[in-house]
Design a protein around this ligand. Structure first.
Ligand SMILES: [Zn+2]
Length: 391
């Protein structure tokens, strides 16, 4: 039966201002029409009414960078991803629930061992479980001596091609690689690249031939330079991207995916790994750089999306940080909806509420354009036209 969603205000995610008394007509999983509620007066009685007439309705949030199984509060994240697959499936469920309850309806998973991300995606797409649309990388490519190394490191162009092909063969949507050290492991810098140019180029070539792209964990320095120069499409984290690199990112139409939660939130690295002095020092330096850097990125008009990394349920925190760095509430909302959907290449179905797109939307008790913290007032989440009540 078609559904008519009555909204007090609709923020459609296209950048248009909130519109009062709007109706979304849903047929199956899709939005078939959007008009003022009054225009639907003559609809037949064979229609289910979804009454959100006291709510602000906006597109479901797109988390452009996250992980399923990691729990930053437990510390040693690189070690966590090497846990047995059954354990990591169980660890993923509360994380997914937190995300969806905070309004996430699409999520891009940036590397899991044992292809548990792809199994989740299959379970979601087949209707075995209800939950967010999932975009997956499979096993992330990392050098033997790199941050983020998993069960199978990939060294040299041959191993990179092989693991990329195995990932694609399993059903990965894109290729993830580690192009600098990370804040959650001591001793690896956030600037130098464990991979050579030739190795990054091999990953890009393999992804491109398969019709997809490479997303790289890269904070700054030669890691970011190699990514820009060798054709990586989305640069993840980017705390130390400098002005010249930012110009090249804009010129090449690449994406920056900011991940403030892991760096700034008390449940991020701060929660446990601050006990390790090398990590604490690295995070404090990255915080300082990121605040200045993202203020510049926001002003520059570069393609910018957001993700919570291994923190869960905190896309509102990501939006709040963007506003703190100088974005308007509308820019922050778009970075977590329309722009994030473009970064993840799912903007044909997600990220905005327009006819023909998936009926992925959330209801808020308060207007997020008045104060971005109101994005925390989620009361209802709909994914593919169906109210989310649990996995
Ligand atoms: Zn990550």
């Amino acid at each position: 039966m078609p559904k008519l969603v009555k909204c007090k205000f609709l923020i459609d995610g296209t950048g248009a201002p909130a519109a009062a008394d709007m109706g979304l007509l849903l047929e199956g999983e899709r939005i078939s029409d959007i008009r003022p509620v009054s225009a639907y007066r003559d609809l037949s009685s064979d229609i289910e009414i979804v009454d959100l007439s006291t709510s602000w309705v906006m597109p479901g949030i797109v988390n452009a960078h996250t992980h399923l199984s990691l729990v930053p509060g437990k510390g040693n994240q690189p070690g966590q991803k090497r846990l047995p697959p059954g354990i990591n499936v169980l660890r993923s469920i509360p994380n997914l629930l937190k995300d969806v309850r905070s309004g996430v309806t699409t999520t891009r998973i940036m590397g899991e061992e044992n292809y548990i991300d792809i199994d989740f995606k299959k379970a979601l797409e087949s209707g075995l479980i209800h939950g967010p649309r999932m975009i997956t990388a499979g096993v992330a490519l990392s050098a033997s001596h790199s941050h983020g190394v998993g069960l199978k490191p990939a060294d040299g162009p041959f191993e990179i091609q092989k693991l990329a092909r195995q990932n694609l063969g399993q059903g990965a949507d894109f290729i993830k690689l580690f192009a600098t050290g990370g804040a959650s492991s001591p001793g690896k810098t956030l600037h130098s690249c464990p991979y050579s140019r030739v190795e990054i180029a091999a990953a890009v070539e393999e992804a491109t031939r398969a019709g997809t792209y490479v997303a790289a964990h890269a904070h700054g320095g030669t890691g970011v330079d190699f990514c820009i120069e060798e054709g990586v499409r989305t640069i993840e984290h980017g705390a130390f991207i400098h002005e010249k690199q930012l110009d090249a990112i804009i010129r090449k139409d690449l994406w920056i995916v900011a991940t403030s939660s892991i760096l700034f939130h008390r449940d991020g690295i701060e929660g446990t790994d601050f006990a390790i002095p090398l990590i604490k020092e690295k995070v404090l330096r990255a915080r300082e750089a990121a605040a200045a850097n993202f203020a510049r990125v926001i002003k520059s008009g570069a393609n910018l999306a957001i993700g919570t990394d291994s923190v869960h349920g905190e896309m509102p925190f990501e939006m709040e940080k963007l506003v703190e760095f100088g974005a308007s509430p509308m820019q922050a909302v778009l970075a977590g909806t329309r722009e994030a959907a473009k970064a993840c290449r799912v903007d044909d179905v997600a990220g905005t509420l327009e006819s023909g797109k998936s009926a992925d939307f959330i209801a808020l008790a308060k207007n997020p354009l008045d104060a971005i913290s109101h994005v925390r007032t989620v009361t209802d989440v709909y994914i593919r036209g169906k109210k989310f009540v649990g996995i």
